[in-house]
Write a protein that binds this ligand. Structure first.
Ligand code: IPE
Ligand code: IPE
Ligand code: MG
Length: 255
């Protein structure tokens, strides 16, 4: 167990480089673009789905570590609105993963006080996938530990479009006027509004782009990229990302 009474705690006891995390300044919300499953598998001469299976285990490890060091919410990009372009068998495999993940790890998540959430377009997601996730959301909604928010069939432009549609409809119904619309109001229609904006975004696999992920919420987020493929991502890599985050100067436009 980590000693939460001291601010500076040495982590990565087994790694050559020790990283000192300031546990009083851990980001509340970390968002992760879990990328590189296919390339991880290809490098090993395995089918792409083997990478997705391996990637699932990493989600568990990262959730555990994040919870341990005091992160309040983790948003994990699991499937984008653009990922339907992939071969059907791969999409089907990915859509079976939430069910598998929860079947294996839900008891553990409950024990660890994790709250499971989902954000994304429900339409198109197979019913067995939704059923598994909704059950997990139901069974963990009384928990008050780490929020594990899965972005499933999520696309930021879709999210913003939906937000604008619902906001306009509320204006039409006379709930408020267009004059009253400000950033906070529009933001309140976004799917992750309750959780707040991420302070830190991690993207694995070396790609330097956002791929339609949380464009509204990432306005002032610290971006952290690594070449590591998602299935190779370790707890110590999360520590490293948070350590780097803690050593950046966030100015929010100021000086
Ligand atoms: C990320 O890994 C997982 C999903 C997008 C579902 P990829 O499947 O994109 O892996 P690469 O980028 O092809 O290596
Ligand atoms: C982003 O990865 C989506 C997820 C990780 C779920 P992609 O692999 O789909 O992104 P691109 O196609 O490289 O931009
Ligand atoms: Mg990819």
């Amino acid at each position: 167990m980590l000693n939460k009474l001291t601010n500076l705690t040495k982590l990565n006891k087994n790694s050559t480089e020790e990283v000192q995390l300031d546990l009083s300044r851990v980001p509340n919300h970390v968002a992760v673009i879990m990328d590189g499953n296919g390339r991880w598998a290809k490098k090993r001469g395995l089918p792409r789905i083997a990478g997705h299976r391996e990637g699932m285990k990493v989600v568990r490890k990262v959730v555990k570590r994040a919870n341990q060091i005091g992160v309040k919410a983790l948003t994990m990009y699991a499937f984008s609105t653009e990922n339907w372009k992939r071969p059907k068998p791969e999409v089907e495999f990915i859509m079976k993963l939430p069910e598998q993940f929860l079947l294996t790890y839900l008891p553990e998540l409950i024990e660890e006080n994790v709250q499971v959430r989902i954000m994304g377009e429900k339409e198109g997601i197979p019913s067995y996938t939704l059923k598994a996730v909704h059950e997990a959301v139901e069974r963990t909604k009384m928990n008050n530990g780490l929020i594990l928010n899965f972005a499933l069939n999520y696309g930021s432009r879709y999210e913003i479009t939906q937000a604008v549609k619902r906001l306009s409809s509320d204006i039409e119904q006379g709930k408020f006027t267009s004059e009253e619309v400000d950033e906070q109001k529009l933001g309140s229609y976004m799917m992750s509004n309750e959780i707040g904006d991420p302070e830190l975004l991690i993207r694995t696999s070396g790609e330097l782009r956002l791929s339609n992920f949380m464009l509204w919420q990432l306005a002032y987020t610290e971006l952290w990229f690594t070449d590591i493929y998602w299935p190779d991502f370790k707890e110590t890599d999360l520590d490293q990302a948070i350590y780097d985050y803690q050593n950046r100067g966030r100015r929010f436009g100021g000086v």
